[in-house]
Each structure stands twice: as C-alpha cells, then as structure tokens.
Design a protein around this ligand. Structure first.
Ligand SMILES: Nc1ncnc2c1ncn2[C@@H]1O[C@H](COP(=O)(O)OP(=O)(O)OP(=O)(O)O)[C@@H](O)[C@H]1O
Length: 242
C-alpha cells in the first residue's frame, strides 16, 4: 500500500497540490484523474521522488519515502516500476537492451541472467519476437508494451503509469489496460495510473481520485463514479462522456 498524507506542493508561491491525502491499495489499479493542469503529474513526481513537496509524507508500506536516508530511498526506488508518458525508450538501444536497462544499472547479475529476465518480461507482454528490433521499427502500442516490460523487469511492488493510453487507438488502448490490470493482479502490485481516458477509468479504476485545481475533490471507484453529485466531477465527466 502507498499512503500519501497532506501532500502540499507549490511553484513560486502558486499552490499546485493542496493537502492531498489518499491510500492506494495493493493488488489494485488506483487511478488519478482530472483535467489538464490539475496536478496529476506533479503528484506522481512527488511520489516517486522527482519533486519534493513542501509538506507531507509518502509512505511505502509504512516507510516514509521523503524522510528516508539515502539507503532506504534506494531500496524503495528499486521497488518501483515507472511507465513514463510516451514510453521514454532509448532510441539507440534495442528492445531487449531497453528492457534490460534497469538490471544493467541496478544489479550485478551476469549478462545471461539479465537477458533471461528481460526476455521473460518481453514474453509477458507478447513481444519476445521483437527483442532485437529498434524502437523506431515498432508501433506505438508495442513501444508502450516495451515500457511495461521495462517497468516490471525488477519485479516491482509499486507500478506507476503516466497516461499509458495517450496516442493509442481505442483497440490498442484496451489491450494496454488489460495488460496493466493483469500484471497488477499477477504480481500483487500497488498500481497507480494517471489518466484522462474515461473508458480506461471505467474499465479498471478500482480506486479513483479526482483532482481539481490541486485539490482532491472526490474519491471512490468505477461503480460509484457516475453516481456522484459533486458538481466539479459531474462537469469533468460531462466533458469526457459526451
Ligand atoms: N516544474 C514546474 N515548475 C512550475 N510549474 C509547474 C512545474 N510542473 C508543473 N507545474 C504546474 O503545475 C500545475 C500542475 O501540473 P501537472 O503537470 O501536474 O498537471 P496535470 O494534471 O498532469 O496536467 P496534464 O493532464 O495536462 O498533464 C500546472 O499549472 C503546471 O503548469
């Protein structure tokens, strides 16, 4: 489980996250939704340590990430997998080398062990046949799957996905959602997905947090989302569902 407590972040005096609290459950797909510029990515960056909030705590199974010493920060970081928006693959590396990259930088395994582990993850996402291709030679959906394989190569406890469906056609988006759902259950991970895509939210949002202007306005799940009578949420949904 990941808990965030009173996360407060500002840039040059402008508040972009105001006292955000949430508990993201293990074995579930937890989603952060909201309009553009409402603080979703800043929240994710505060959680994975790219940004430091002015106030608040991020607890990884009780371990306070922000207050941790360097050794514990490293330990928690090794337990995180991140699927960045756009995939963030290295163009000059093959698919296999991209997936192997975390193992190359964070482990002392032999090359054979690392290749075997990377191939297992590529098999898991159905891309073993593309191991030796370059990112420029594969489709957008395949790139996302490579990004997922790389995110899970260290057997993470916590998986973060920033807009996993952006730029994908609807059919490929469904496949990526299913894959994220399946691996969340398979590895019992705490998965956090940032999304704009209401189809995706309705498909897999077991816990959903709605942000508006840096405030948490609503939380719930995909069965009670449409029943909410919160005006800000209704307005957001009306722009997405029409
Ligand atoms: N490094 C930064 N310096 C200053 N302001 C920033 C920085 N990063 C984000 N912001 C501001 O913080 C606010 C929240 O941004 P954020 O990227 O979290 O939005 P978002 O909800 O993820 O939007 P989108 O869905 O469009 O990606 C925005 O007003 C943005 O301009």
């Amino acid at each position: 489980m990941i808990e965030i407590k009173n996360i407060h972040k500002e840039f040059d005096g402008r508040v972009v996250l105001a006292d955000i609290n949430a508990a993201f459950q293990q074995g579930k797909v937890n989603m952060v939704i909201g309009g553009s510029g409402t603080g979703k990515s800043v929240l994710l960056k505060c959680m994975i340590g790219i940004l430091t909030p002015e106030k608040g705590a991020v607890l990884y199974d009780g371990r306070d990430f922000i207050k941790s010493d360097l050794d514990q920060v490293k330990e928690i970081r090794r337990e995180m997998g991140v699927l960045f928006q756009g995939g963030a693959l290295f163009d000059s590396k093959t698919v296999l080398e991209n997936v192997r990259f975390p193992l190359d930088t964070l482990t002392s395994q032999t090359i054979e062990e690392k290749n075997a582990q990377a191939m297992l993850c590529l098999q898991r996402v159905g891309l073993e046949a593309s191991a030796h291709q370059m990112p420029s030679d594969i489709s957008g959906g395949m790139k996302k799957r490579v990004g997922i394989a790389r995110a899970i190569v260290m057997n993470p406890k916590y998986l973060f996905c920033d807009e996993p469906n952006s730029g994908l056609d609807p059919l490929t988006a469904v496949k990526i959602d299913l894959l994220i759902q399946e691996i969340t259950k398979e590895f019992n991970m705490t998965t956090i997905v940032i999304s704009h895509d209401m189809n995706s939210v309705m498909r897999m949002g077991e816990y959903i947090m709605f942000l508006k202007d840096g405030h948490k306005v609503w939380e719930g799940n995909n069965t009670n989302l449409l029943l909410s009578d919160i005006p800000d949420l209704q307005e957001f949904l009306s722009t997405k569902l029409t």
